[in-house]
Design a binder for this molecule. Structure first.
Ligand code: 9MR
Length: 399
């Protein structure tokens, strides 16, 4: 990929320039930084990664904290973290990463980027939107990677793994695809070109790709989108083969939600995985999204993961969040802590579960309130970047 270095510059331009002494939490250094390099009293300029140094509270000899304290959600039960960071704990436990989704608009928030870039907390990033079809091939044969490259560059600069998300999905399709009329041969060419070009663009930079996203309805039947309607189930293998040809080293996944408990939908995914493997299709893993509700985490999550790993596949928790009806109360936050702990424990108990990704780490940028009216507080950090009890639930499971 040739554009990554230039997109570092793009990201740097987005970050505000501070003159004089940098304020607490302000930027104080990094490649391309031309603002203040000293910090106000009581804070110390701390290198978070080659591209970002930040004024963190403390003196030069103190260890920088990974989180802040105080904030708008109830804090009476918010524990002081003794963890060394979720990614560090995950890796010490034999997992490849603990990671987070992110999205381009929030990368203008320097305090957000600073925490996202802490590799003790996050060893992996997934772009929430910028590698999807509508973002990368808005019209046929015209590819744009600008936003995806920004996220890829951030991960690369931080030394974080990258999950590609996604090649083929019924949603966030440009109308030329979703509303197109294609012969089977034509749509095969469209899929092959799209997956081949996008995966090829990020070749060598991606740990794993969600090649096909959400192929099933909740009752386990196939979604009747343009892909299924034109090609039947064969579109999945077509996409996987195009991805494999474009980046032989990326792990290729099918990713879905509501497959986290035994039942019709997870059975459908199991049957698909078996038939693909029997056909010699290049499938390496299954992503379990894990968009859960407080108090309703499925108890068969570990069993389902083991059903997939028994096939020789890896699994990952790819989009974890656990939402609640607002306002957040201490009781709900305590239940959420238990729920996060149980989800992460399930992954810990399955050797082939390679990592856990939260669908953004802070409530400030969660997709939940915009989709589920009256619900939110789904992430391990609150909207002010304070850790919630959920954080310690995750840390306890990883320890
Ligand atoms: O986080 C994404 C949000 O910003 C978009 O508006 C939304 C549109 O469909 O997609 C969100 O991410 C989804 C992911 O790509 C697939 N699984 C469900 C996620 C939450 O909706």
């Amino acid at each position: 990929m040739t554009k990554l270095s230039t997109t570092f510059a793009t990201l740097a331009v987005l970050l505000p320039v501070v003159l004089g002494q940098a304020a607490e939490w302000g930027q104080c250094g990094g490649i391309g930084w031309s603002g203040a390099t000293t910090c106000v009293s009581g804070t110390v300029c701390t290198v978070l990664n080659p591209y970002y140094s930040q004024c963190l509270p403390g003196s030069a000899s103190s260890t920088p904290p990974t989180t802040t304290t105080g904030g708008s959600t109830p804090t009476s039960t918010a524990p002081a973290s003794t963890a060394t960071g979720l990614n560090k704990l995950a890796q010490a436990a034999g997992k490849k990463y603990f990671g987070s989704a992110t999205d381009n608009p929030e990368l203008t928030d320097t305090a957000y980027v600073a925490i996202l870039s802490e590799t003790s907390e996050f060893g992996q990033i997934t772009p929430g939107n910028s590698m999807k079809w509508d973002a990368t091939e808005p019209s046929r044969g015209t590819f744009t990677f600008t936003n995806g490259d920004v996220v890829a560059s951030l991960a690369e600069g931080n030394g974080q793994l990258l999950r590609g998300h996604n090649c083929v999905w019924y949603n966030q399709l440009p109308s030329w695809v979703s509303g197109g009329t294609f012969t089977a041969a034509d749509l095969t060419d469209v899929i092959t070109t799209h997956c081949g070009t996008v995966v090829g663009h990020y070749k060598g930079h991606i740990y794993s790709w969600d090649v096909v996203n959400e192929p099933f309805n909740d009752d386990g039947t196939w979604r009747t989108d343009v892909f299924y309607n034109t090609l039947g189930t064969s579109y999945v293998q077509i996409a996987l083969e195009a991805a494999r040809a474009a980046d032989p080293n990326a792990k290729l996944y099918i990713n879905d939600y509501n497959i986290e408990s035994t039942g019709a939908k997870s059975n459908a995914m199991l049957a698909l995985a078996k038939s693909l493997l029997a056909a010699g299709a290049p499938l390496d893993g299954i992503g379990l999204q894990c968009h859960f509700i407080v108090g309703q985490v499925p108890t068969s999550l570990q069993t389902v993961m083991q059903q997939f790993t028994a096939l020789g596949l890896e699994v990952a928790i790819t989009e974890l969040d656990i939402r609640m009806t607002l306002p957040a109360t201490d009781a709900l936050l305590a239940q959420q802590e238990t729920d996060y702990e149980n989800v992460v424990k399930a992954c810990m108990n399955v050797e082939g579960c390679v990592g856990i990704t939260v669908w953004d780490w802070t409530d400030k940028y969660s997709w939940v309130p915009g989709t589920f009216s009256g619900q939110g507080a789904a992430c391990p950090w609150d909207e002010n970047f304070n850790i919630k009890p959920a954080y310690n639930g995750i840390a306890a499971a990883l320890a």
